[in-house]
Design a protein around this ligand. Structure first.
Ligand SMILES: Nc1ncnc2c1ncn2[C@@H]1O[C@H](COP(=O)(O)OP(=O)(O)O)[C@@H](O)[C@H]1O
Ligand SMILES: [Mg+2]
Length: 427
């Protein structure tokens, strides 16, 4: 027979606590873990009067062999949930007496789930319920910042600013991606839970460099923050580069959060290096990952899907869905993009150039516009002559061609071919 942590804690209270107390009718209660959250307790208003005239006066930690003392902390380095044994003290206004409530708190799984018991006199139950309710209210108001948390970057956080409408891509693709993200958080989590699956979904945005994948991530992050979700961006910009420990850290934050969480993992291919590939695959399989009951959506991107193992791309369950983010495909999208980047300098004549831009990624079109506009400024022109725009295009095209010749040598297959589903592909 397995002995539950709960039993060990309950038995200790029965045998080592209650017999030595003078109070009658002590009840053991299973209480929510926000009651042992340090930030909740330190924000608690100690002047607030609970039913029965009690006020909360403080917490004292005591020795208890049934539980270990461990502090959990958030990404800002603040202590969050604590485990151990505590005495919560409440004072009644008219009686000169302190009511002591024993709380035991412990981890009961390796992935960080906490269980808490309280030993409360029956006469104090109503006050306790009010105290617990207030803790819950405070806990829920410990709102996330209006920023994206960065792991492994050179700054700590950023505020996403990309507008969905500024991203020029086929509307159907944008809508499908957005609907996938939105429905996961609004409807999907219940479905996963009904099927007894961890609410963890993984999407991949794949396409050649400069097609707008980072932009899409930024715009989705902006939306998620508006929904009060937690958003974490895993960066490989610092010295340690693309390491698995960053992914692990993000999942840890997600699992400790009581908010739906969006994790952005750019350049997934870089994390699949020999040493750590197996670890990343375990996460994608969901077998190793920590759970957040409110849902975790991982959006990964790659410029080099050919560098991602077929076992990742094709094995069902590792990636739930792959979105191919294409170059500009229609003259009207090319025009829209060029108009967007040329702003007031746009002229109908430029249509001739925008037609030539079909087939290039967004970043290329932006560069054509930027190059042309800087020359307008250098030459003190008050308009953008067509031939200047054409020259910018030709010049950049040449640069890219040299680059492409190099890239193509390494990359034989077109991106889309990599995603053809092969049902016989069993690992
Ligand atoms: N689809 C697009 N719509 C509008 N601008 C784009 C698009 N794709 C790229 N750009 C421009 O190029 C820049 C680089 O694109 P980015 O999102 O970083 O590409 P990726 O992450 O796919 O390599 C963007 O900041 C934006 O200015
Ligand atoms: Mg990018």
């Amino acid at each position: 027979m397995t002995i539950l942590k709960l039993d060990v804690m309950g038995q200790w209270i029965e045998n080592e606590w209650i017999p030595y107390r003078t109070e009658r009718d002590l009840q053991i209660l299973w209480i929510p873990d926000f009651c042992v959250h340090e930030m909740v307790l330190s924000s608690y208003n100690r002047d607030a009067i609970l039913p029965g005239g009690y006020t909360f006066v403080g917490v004292e930690q005591i020795e208890c062999p049934a539980v270990t003392r461990i502090n959990n902390y958030n990404y800002r380095g603040e202590i969050t949930r604590r485990t151990g044994a505590f005495i919560y003290k409440f004072e009644a206004m008219d009686i000169d007496e302190v009511t002591e409530i024993l709380i035991l708190s412990s981890y009961f799984t390796d992935d960080g789930r906490v269980i808490c018991l309280a030993c409360v006199p029956e006469t104090f139950m109503i006050a306790w319920a009010a105290f617990s309710k207030e803790c819950e209210r405070i806990f829920k108001s410990l709102s996330p910042r209006q920023e994206v948390i960065i792991i492994g970057g050179r700054t700590r956080a950023f505020v996403p600013t990309v507008e969905w409408d500024d991203i020029v891509l086929p509307e159907s693709l944008k809508n499908e991606l957005f609907e996938d993200v939105r429905s996961f958080f609004t409807k999907g989590i219940d479905v996963y839970q009904r099927l007894k699956l961890k609410p963890f979904r993984k999407l991949l945005l794949a396409g050649i460099p400069g097609t707008g994948k980072t932009m899409l991530c930024n715009a989705i992050a902006k939306w998620a923050i508006e929904q009060q979700y937690l958003v974490i961006y895993i960066s490989s910009a610092d010295q340690s580069g693309a390491t698995f420990s960053k992914i692990q850290q993000a999942l840890h934050i997600a699992s400790n959060s009581s908010l739906p969480t969006l994790i952005l993992l750019e350049e997934l291919d870089a994390y699949l290096h020999k040493q750590e590939k197996a670890l990343v695959l375990n996460v994608l399989d969901g077998s190793e990952s920590l759970v957040n009951d409110y849902g975790t959506l991982l959006i990964a991107t790659t410029n080099y899907p050919e560098a991602i193992d077929e076992r990742v791309l094709k094995r069902p369950g590792r990636l739930d869905r792959i979105f191919i983010i294409p170059e500009i495909r229609t003259p009207s999208d090319a025009e829209k993009m060029l108009r967007q980047y040329l702003g007031e300098m746009w002229h109908e004549d430029h249509l001739q150039v925008s037609d030539m831009l079909v087939g290039y990624p967004g970043a290329f079109i932006r560069e054509v516009a930027v190059y042309a506009l800087t020359h307008v400024a250098y030459e003190n022109l008050d308009y953008l002559p067509l031939d200047l725009l054409l020259r910018s295009f030709e010049r950049l095209k040449e640069q890219v061609n040299t680059h492409d010749a190099f890239v193509l040598q390494q990359q034989k297959k077109p991106v889309s071919e990599l995603f053809v589903k092969d049902d016989n592909d069993e690992e």
